[in-house]
Write a protein that binds this ligand. Structure first.
Ligand code: AMP
Length: 600
């Protein structure tokens, strides 16, 4: 089937792959979105608001009510909401009624600890049941839920906890000993640490046993009136410069979580939904918790890390119908080979989605080879809170394209305008910055404590995404690359500044510049260029010591995989590292405009 020529994704030109014409599923369900143009013409966010219940008595809109209580109250309490697989493979089911009671307990625990509306409750954990209970229990209490990536080292944890001024941290005893205990004093706002105990070790001082607290709490809780504009979620993301950014989302975001899952992931009654995203990142909350539950589905959660055969067994045994995953995982599955997929009966699958990084055309069509379904690429980011551009179940796919804007979403390609703002580029095929007209419910409401950075995201009536893209004559969007220097490694957004800062803490490092180097599996890997202080030799021992230091401070996923010694770093006249130039030199690209380069 692959007689087409290879992708030209790197140049951003629409690829020469032929559209992937889909067969209508024999006797299968019709997709939710049947006619794209009609859906766009008829849809409004007000209409989508009506697809949800709202709190009883007109007391507002709360994500946790939409995700759990309305199903439990509506006669579906017995339905399995969360089907959890532990690392060792043992499964545990939580019905909607179980989740209702457990999240009520967690909300009561927070009340008992004096944690209330607007207080930040952070989690640092993998996919364990308590993470889901804490997230939704915090939302019931109108506290703000902030997930942290459990593979972070101490530095990224401190910076995010400090920006969030989190009063509560839910983590495991293992992660607490490994990452939190030594930095606890650097987080003065942190009052309560709730530990899920995974070992028999005694409870460390100044921590709570999370399960003991839950056991002692009542399972009745009434969600207080919640304004749709009340803060609900705090997701951290990275920019090119400075500290991480805490993107704030409100309870109204649930309208977009629900509607986008209906349109872009084709959620239908009875679906068994598996989102493989890590719960420390935005996809893990929007589509790894909220979207499937608001649809009343059974959500599959696997505690373990990626393993091809295990994943196929899960799809088969759990009869997964919707599978939302990421290009790095798809590339690893491709490496494991089509025959492995074909050894398993995966006929339960109905819809395959992919997000987080560019999905090459090869990956899209490999889905057909391996699963009889293509992967549907879709695009969004932490700030948008939900899917904005997608390949829909009912439409033929243009492999390599991110698809078309969702109903209710107005996208454009923009360029700088003469008045200092931006203007939309109407002609198709021209590269520019991907921009969105504000107004969808899950749009971020600011970066916590950084109003200026938030303001800088808007121009000419658009939210500027920081991505470069093109639109083809039929309205399909094609990703070109980032407009800034942030790195996407295995789907995780990494700020070069954060890595450089950690490298500079090493006694041998005088200067550091960090780039994303293309990698066939991870998309990009973090590569650092360092200059050394006098007295340090650019040898293997120093390199290993720098890498070990970075891993300890940042965590293995964020730390550079490669460290190169250079005599000097290209700096602008104002002293900023020209990472673009480091990248061009690394990849043998033209160096472009170097007029701002400080003469070395
Ligand atoms: P994050 O905020 O961590 O979710 O990262 C968002 C960024 O990931 C976007 O701005 C893009 O640069 C990239 N991204 C997300 N989805 C896609 C996609 N389907 N194709 C290409 N890049 C994507």
């Amino acid at each position: 089937m692959n007689e087409q020529t290879a992708s030209t994704r790197a140049t951003g030109h629409p690829t020469r792959w032929a559209p992937l014409v889909k067969r209508a599923p024999a006797g299968g369900m019709a997709p939710n979105l049947r006619d794209y143009d009609q859906a766009c013409a008829e849809f409004s966010w007000d209409q989508a608001r009506g697809w949800l219940d709202g709190l009883p008595g007109g007391r507002g809109l709360n994500i946790a009510h939409e995700a759990i209580d309305r199903h439990a109250a509506g006669g579906n309490g017995h339905r399995v909401a969360l089907r959890w697989m532990s690392r060792n493979g043992a499964g545990r089911d939580f019905t909607y009624d179980d989740l209702r009671k457990l999240t009520n307990r967690f909300a009561n625990v927070l009340c008992r600890l004096g944690i209330g509306q607007g207080d930040v409750v952070a989690t640092l954990a993998g996919r364990i049941p308590c993470l889901y209970i804490a997230a939704l229990g915090a939302l019931k209490n109108r506290s703000v839920y902030a997930p942290l990536y459990s593979a972070f080292g101490p530095d990224p944890i401190v910076s995010r906890m400090t920006i969030a001024r989190a009063r509560v941290l839910v983590t495991t005893d293992v992660l607490y000993h490994r990452k939190v205990a030594s930095i606890r004093e650097q987080m003065p706002a942190l009052e309560h640490v709730l530990l899920v105990r995974e070992t028999a070790a005694p409870l460390p001082p100044a921590t709570w046993d999370c399960n003991a607290l839950l056991d002692a709490a009542s399972d009745e809780f009434t969600i207080p009136p919640t304004d749709p504009q009340d803060l609900a979620l705090l997701h951290f993301t990275s920019g090119t410069t400075g500290q991480p950014k805490g993107a704030m989302h409100v309870h109204e975001a649930v309208v977009a979580h629900y509607a986008t899952a209906r349109f872009a992931l084709d959620c239908q009654p009875g679906d068994r939904f598996w989102c493989t995203a890590d719960p420390g990142w935005v996809t893990g909350t929007s589509y790894g918790i909220i979207a499937p539950l608001t649809h009343g589905l059974t959500m599959i959660v696997d505690e373990a890390d990626f393993e091809a055969e295990r994943w196929y067994r899960i799809i088969r045994d759990e009869r997964v119908t919707i599978w939302y995953t990421a290009p790095t995982a798809i590339r690893m599955l491709m490496k494991a080979g089509t025959p492995l997929a074909r050894q398993h009966d995966l006929r339960s699958l109905r819809f395959l989605g992919s997000v987080g990084e560019p999905l090459d055309p090869e990956g899209v069509v490999w889905g057909v080879d391996a699963f009889d379904h293509p992967f549907h690429d879709n695009w969004w980011q932490t700030e948008t809170g939900g899917i904005m551009i997608a390949n829909f179940a009912s439409m033929d796919i243009r492999p390599g394209s991110m698809g078309r804007p969702l109903p209710g979403v107005v996208a454009a390609i923009v360029r700088p305008a003469a008045d200092g703002g931006v203007e939309a580029i109407d002609e198709p095929g021209v590269q520019g910055e991907l921009a969105l007209r504000p107004g969808w419910p899950s749009m971020f409401r600011g970066y916590l404590g950084d109003e200026e950075r938030y303001r800088n995201c808007f121009a000419g009536g658009y939210y500027l995404t920081g991505d470069l893209a093109r639109r083809d004559p039929d309205g399909y969007y094609w990703f070109v690359g980032r407009a800034d220097d942030v790195i996407k490694s295995s789907g995780h957004l990494i700020g070069p500044f954060e890595v450089e800062s950690a490298l500079l803490e090493h006694e041998a490092v005088a200067g550091a510049g960090v780039i994303g180097k293309p990698d066939p599996v991870a998309g990009e890997i973090v590569k650092a260029f360092v200059t050394l202080k006098p007295g340090f030799a650019p040898d293997e021992a120093v390199r290993r010591s720098i890498q070990a230091h970075a891993r300890t401070r940042l965590g293995a996923v964020v730390a550079p995989k490669e460290v190169a010694f250079v005599a000097s770093l290209p700096l602008t006249r104002s002293g900023k590292i020209m990472r673009r130039l480091l990248k061009a030199r690394e990849l043998g690209w033209p160096e472009g405009d170097t007029s701002t380069l400080e003469p070395s």
